[in-house]
Design a protein around this ligand. Sequence first.
Ligand code: PGA
Length: 242
Amino acid sequence: MIVVTAKDYDEMSMKAYEAMKKVLTEKSDATLGLATGSTPVGLYKLMIADYEAGKISYKDMTSINLDEYVGLPVTHPESYRAFMNRNLFDHIDIKKENTHVPDGLNPDLAAAADAYTAYIAAHPADVQILGIGSNGHIAFNEPGTPFDSHTHVVTLKEGTRKDNARFFDNDIDKVPTHAVTMGLKDIMSAKFIILLANGSGKANAVKEMIKGPVSENCPASILQTHPNVLVVTDEAAAYYLN
Ligand code: PGA
């Protein structure tokens, strides 16, 4: 695990993008593992800027996202499909049919989750972008999720729903109670993982991920066992590392 501390959010985004760009330039048909949330938005802006400057094309690339709320239609602005379209896909030349986000409206969520797992097994990400929850979750794998989990439906912890209420008029009751998420084993199949974290609210989770025991109590700690992980944080999120 390589850990890099940036001075602020913009520098964090830039350092993560520099690492990602190597993959983008070396493999024109790369599979990109993508994440939602506030954290990767700066990285996505840099991807868009380089696309607009003609430096990178996504026309032969494929993407696969980590997770999606259950029950939100794609027309809902806070569905993760809508988030990805708005923050990235609508602004680059990736083909929408090559972008994959779990379907949180599928009437057979379990079967859809199995199909997602099978897709990941056949198309492991060349680079996987991750954020981290303040409780150490990655994707929606909350503390206690088995390390050998595959794509599955989860009940969101209250803390996670509180963290995300800012996107739902600060009303926790509007935050969905369930989500579909890639499992930890699916995430670990990525060839290269870049985890970003910013802000003091992530400092404890970052410490547990890097310095704590490898334990299902901190799902992100599984990354200690992956051979190719880059963690990029800002100074606030790195507060407990030294
Ligand atoms: P955030 O979410 O980027 O909005 O902080 C990260 C996460 O919960 O994984």
